[in-house]
Design a protein around this ligand. Sequence first.
Ligand code: TLP
Length: 342
Amino acid sequence: MNKIIDLRSDTLTKPSQAMRKAMYDAEVGDDVYKEDPTVNELEKYSAELLGKEAALFVTTGTMGNQLSLNVLTQPGDEVICEKDAHIFQYESGSPAALSGIQLSLVDGVRGVFTPEQVEPLIRPTSAYYMARTRVIEVENTHNRAGGTINPIENIKALSALAKKYNLYFHLDGARIWNASVETGISPADYAQHFDTISCCLSKGLGAPIGSIIAGSKDFIKEAFRKRKAWGGGMRQAGVIAAAGLYALKNNIPKLKEDHEKAKVLANQLSQLQNVKVDMLSVQTNIVMFTVKNISVENFLTKCKDNGLKLGTGKVGVIRAVMHMDVSMENIEEAVKIIERII
Ligand code: TLP
């Protein structure tokens, strides 16, 4: 049987031989004592890459976001984010469960909201009977909107608004690398507008585990303490940090190939009858589409039976995510499978 083409997520990538070699060779120590040289190197390298004072290696993107929000807020505070933000849709209700905070949702266009939409949601500091607005959160690229990029001018304007109201500005930059290779704006040029940032090593970059959070020294000091309290203090974590370092040093430019695959897939799908693709949302490595005359469930099962695994986004929407373990030939094959089914 042919290879299964798995487009459910870019988290599915498996470490390459070269990455495994780096893991095998990694020098390790106990990171709870801050004595793992490879974790220390990854944190230093990431802080520099993101132009921040300090960085911390954490287990997942979810932990990165939630730990950041926990450090930035007090129970009863409010975080403003987009209605399809990962922190709202896909993090198991953790803002409420772990930090006792609530989210105030903005209806963005392809995941992007403007300062004009946010300003009326910021609660007056005199209103002691309301939740206290504390953080504005942006996701770039925006997963559920289809990997869309938040324009840098909009980010600058939101950052200015956050400063005006003395709010923190957090970036869920799980896929900031994708935004960066597509726009040519460096990760540090994005990160400079935010107080805190969380970014993933285990998505398109191909590492098996791990995310990074970055910000001021004080922020990271507190996050380090809380990471331990949440059970995220790892010991000889250098074996996985080595994979992250390898990913950051070698795999960022390769993401461009994933974006090309996404464009090819989206273009070819958009020509099929009974398939609809919002081409404006195809900006990086994700393609969202809908199908007519067949239920999503039935369509996904038939794809799977024919060797193609796809996932879902919003209700009724199918998600295909490009990554380094699928080739352009695989994408062309995927189109043929979809064409046969519909
Ligand atoms: N996204 C996963 C699923 O949770 C949907 C995926 O397959 O895309 N922020 C963003 C923008 C993300 O897309 C994800 C993961 C996370 C945070 C959380 O990362 P992990 O899975 O490492 O906790």
